[in-house]
Design a protein. Structure first.
Ligand code: B12
Lengths: 244, 222
């Protein structure tokens, strides 16, 4: 299977307003509960003031890859992700290795609110940060899919180190494939990304690559805040969470 | 039981902070934990009695409901706010030694890890259950835990981690704490942690939720 020469590295910046964040969805993810005061106005204000210039960015680099039963080889690195994840890449000959971040502003703001005693506000802004990074990554993934389609190629879902049997320590290998400080995300020795609201992972590329909706079934994270939504509403699965 | 203490417990349980706060809607316009605690003190009830007969009763109920998925994080935070409004009135009595708490709990997120939402929730619940909480923040090294614990004989340490990689640091930290003082009790928690890991690394208690650690602390205190 010959690999198509795709433009190799892409970098995107987003403005919070273009991500179409649903405030109702944030209250739902936070599980606000009955009778709680509404924070819709508060969240709208945060989006339109403190977080207006949040440095939301992300990108990917496309590399040739070779997948075996429980691993994928790429540029001399071997990702040992276990069969449950590796099986999704059997039809792939290339990988998009990605990172995406909501920027440092949102965590800073969340901490500021909490320290000020505004505990619920701080918690909601924390969730907002998680939603921002996932939404931004959805956009990047969509752009990638569209570009691939033009070349007769398809993409798998996105998968991240730390999910199912893929050890989070393999973040080190993933970051070694990216330019230094790519998208202003850095990795600590303990494989934690900074800013906190960041995600990383891989997307498989190939003529017969398959996008699967029900990936939650592979994951053991029983209390993942995204879980029920995805199982109950497969249509929503495109609102990917990189948690697979 | 004293009626005003019962009311304080209800305010904490339902997250009624003060008179001005609109939540919960059915208590609108009524005094909250803030005013009632002041009134209780003025009427001669001691800070210790308010803590034990009011705040702790309310907080325990929230903890149990949270464990049973009957309430979620925002309601717990409302309760924590009500509790801290009451605590503001009680703190001078604890500081002067006039009233005592059940014990000291030192908590922190382990070295290499920066997550703090879960750790903060645990800290709030433990405080509301009558303990003094010393929060060392995130990315805390073993030496820091040990140094603080040495200042407070009998204190219990709580460690939080959110990634499997930083769980390894938890193991190192537990070992260092136990090497320093084998009798020091250490509790652990966080999304990837479980009972098996707890036993393997020689920690004393793993709990998936804050109420579990409160129960462990109570079992140590009694
Ligand atoms: C939201 C979320 C994100 C968000 C926000 C992250 C953030 N920290 O802000 C985003 C999308 C950015 C994200 C990214 C990632 N995530 Co994430 N994420 C989550 C999720 C769904 C919820 C975390 C949360 O906020 N929980 C709410 C708080 C209140 O819960 P908590 O912290 O667990 O605390 C409770 C208990 O654990 C306990 N507790 C906590 N501490 C203590 C201490 C003591 C003493 C006791 C008794 C109890 C206790 O009490 C608390 C209250 O009940 C979890 C899954 C889950 N269900 O937990 C995964 C999870 C934490 N993420 C995970 C992973 C792998 C990642 C990434 C590495 C993925 C990637 N490669 O991109 C990145 C890492 C980000 C980074 N900066 O490095 C894994 C970690 C497991 C592992 N393998 O190491 C989890 C567990 C999901 C899974 N696979 O099962 N994530």
């Amino acid at each position: 299977m010959g690999n198509v020469n795709l433009s190799n590295t892409r970098h995107f910046k987003f403005h919070i307003e273009e991500l179409n964040i649903s405030i109702e969805n944030i209250e739902k993810l936070a599980r606000m509960g009955e009778g709680m005061p509404s924070y819709i106005e508060f969240l709208n204000k945060e989006i339109n003031s403190t977080l207006l210039d949040a440095s939301i960015e992300g990108g990917y680099i496309i590399l040739d890859s070779d997948s075996k039963n429980d691993r994928i080889e790429v540029e001399g690195q071997v990702f040992q992700m276990g069969e449950a994840i590796a099986k999704h890449y059997t039809n792939c000959s290339q990988l998009a290795v990605f990172v995406c971040t909501a920027g440092p502003e949102v965590s800073k703001r969340s901490m500021e609110l909490s320290q000020n005693g505004d505990l619920i506000e701080g918690f909601l802004v924390d969730i907002l940060g998680s939603v921002i990074v996932e939404k931004a990554m959805d956009r990047i993934q969509k752009t990638l899919q569209e570009e691939l389609l033009k070349n007769g190629l398809k993409a798998t879902n996105r998968y991240s180190p730390g999910y199912v049997d893929w050890n989070v320590g393999e973040q080190q290998k993933l970051f070694s494939l990216l330019p230094n400080q790519f998208c202003n995300v850095s990795l600590s020795e303990s494989s934690l990304m900074s800013p906190s609201k960041s995600v990383s992972g891989i997307i498989g590329i190939g003529k017969n690559a398959k996008y699967k909706h029900h990936v939650c079934n592979d994951c053991s994270s029983a209390n993942c805040i995204y879980r029920n939504k995805r199982i109950k509403d497969p249509k929503n699965a495109e609102n990917n969470c990189s948690f697979q | 039981m004293n009626e005003i203490l019962e009311q304080i417990a209800i305010c904490v349980e339902s997250g009624k902070i003060n008179n001005a706060s609109p939540f919960p809607p059915q208590m609108k316009g009524q005094d909250g934990a803030d005013e009632l605690t002041k009134q209780a003190l003025d009427s001669g009830i001691t800070a210790g009695e308010i803590l034990q007969g009011g705040l702790m009763i309310g907080m325990e109920k929230v903890g149990v409901k949270f464990r049973e998925n009957k309430v979620f994080v925002p309601q717990v935070l409302m309760s924590a706010k009500a509790m801290s409004a009451a605590m503001e009135h009680l703190k001078p009595f604890f500081a002067s030694g006039e009233a005592e708490r059940k014990g000291i709990f030192i908590i922190g997120t382990v070295e290499g890890d920066l997550h703090d939402i879960g750790k903060n929730l645990v800290a709030m619940m433990v405080e509301g259950n009558g303990y003094e909480v010393i929060d060392l923040g995130t990315d805390v090294k073993a030496e820091k835990f040990i140094e603080e614990a040495e200042k407070h004989p009998g204190s219990v340490i709580g460690l939080s981690a959110l990634l499997t990689t930083t769980m390894n640091n938890m193991e190192k930290i537990v070992k260092a704490i136990k090497d320093n003082d084998a009798s020091r009790k250490v509790c652990i928690g966080g999304a990837p942690v479980n009972d098996e890991f707890c036993q393997r690394i020689g920690a004393d208690s793993y709990n998936p939720d804050p109420q579990g650690v409160v129960e462990f602390l109570n079992s140590q205190a009694s």
